[in-house]
Design a protein around this ligand. Sequence first.
Ligand SMILES: [Zn+2]
Length: 517
Amino acid sequence: MLLPILLSAVQAAAPMVRASPVPPRLVVSLVIDQLRPDYLERWRPQFRGGLAWLLREGVFYANGEQDHAMTSTAAGHSTMLSGRSPASTGIIANDLGVPDRASPLIRSGGPGASPHRFRGTTLADWMVARNPATRIFSISRKDRGAIMAIGRARVPVYWYTQGTFTTSRYYADSLPSWLSAWNAREPATRLAGHAWELSRPAADYPEADARPFERGGIRHVFPHVLSTDPVAAAVELEAHTLIDSLTLDAAWAGVRATGLGTDAITDLLAISLSATDNIGHRYGPGSREVHDHLLNVDRWLGIFLDSLATIVPLDQLVVSLTSDHGVTEYPEAGAGGRASIGTEVTALNAWGRDTIGVRAGAVGYSGLLMARTGDLAKRGVDIDSLAGAIAARVRRLPGVLTVYTPRTLRAARATDAEAGRWRRQLPSDAEWLVAASLRPGWIWGRVGGETGHGTTNLDDRHVPILFRVPGTTPVRITRMVRTIDIGPTFAALLDIKPMERVEGVALREVLPKRSSR
Ligand SMILES: [Zn+2]
């Protein structure tokens, strides 16, 4: 369905013109959370909107990778415009990403958030360093999607919580009037009772609707109806297809209010659409829900890009599309299984408390077991032998492929690809004991009812990377490229020098002839 509030934003259809390259007025960094590249290829014949346009006009790298070990949202977003891996951005896991009690939200009870753990700079900082008049704007349903996309910059950054878009004290002391007005229309609560129906005839979807394992077999078939209670509906929306429409509508309101793209100075707009992630977790990449949701995203993106084209000439509009991670199919669909290091976490905390009287602080993120190794060492614990003992037990868990300890990771050969991913994940000052990788098809987490990502496997690392740059030739590239290449590519396009050493490289197919170097 098309939201009336979004439709009202459409002022004219985008003219499809190709002109000689001129400096961009607007760079759009577009992220679709948990977008697998095969989605774009499988459903391309049914796309008519923004995804169709990007695929038609863009340089499409079908084998992009989030080339690090723990493929999750905060870490993934931190790589894109920084040109650096999580080991360098400092973002290990979602829980160790944006949560920040010192930065409460404005007019909302949601958890505080800021980029206080983010290390170094991103394209946003590089652009502002070159021209302080550069406008930056970032928005997402998720705090980590909005914040981690641009790093530490104190600029307009907004995310959704409990029915409204807001920000935290890190960024501002109050909401701008345009956003207060947007929130006052109560677009979220007004969707109470809305039914998500298929947008095409059922015969157009090869996927079965009622796979028994989807969402634990509860409320797993169309239509998906939001609660009739407005407060409950506003919360349910966080995982609903329509939240991406609301995010784009708020983005458009913000673009107009802040004047992005309205003068010759290149501005930066970062948008991360989150619903694909929630829908993928619940129903899986082989579901009818993910298929239909991507058709919705395609349509809403088309409206948004048409709207943008009314203020930014298409020959001055640069767009990238990528994702923070992929996803693994439900193990219950036939392959792999579920693994957990939870038993080891519990055992280590109990041992620390009962045996040596120390808070071990053990916590597990995907296959990573972190603990207060400094405190343990001070109490005389031999960290190498402790890590080795835990690693030996983790190695025996079903589905586990390889296990590293700090010592074995240091000693691993440069040709060890798994070791390389963990090295690019873990900052040198991270306190950890064991890092485990799973066999393909396996996921972390014991409970059923959802599938996931977070492993080092290709299904979780694999993302599309697409650039729509005026003056380039649309082409599909199969060479493996990385999300850390996106920031350096934009820097080269804009003739900006990154303010620090980056790991990624500028992708040559995206650089127009004039700026090839
Ligand atoms: Zn997720």
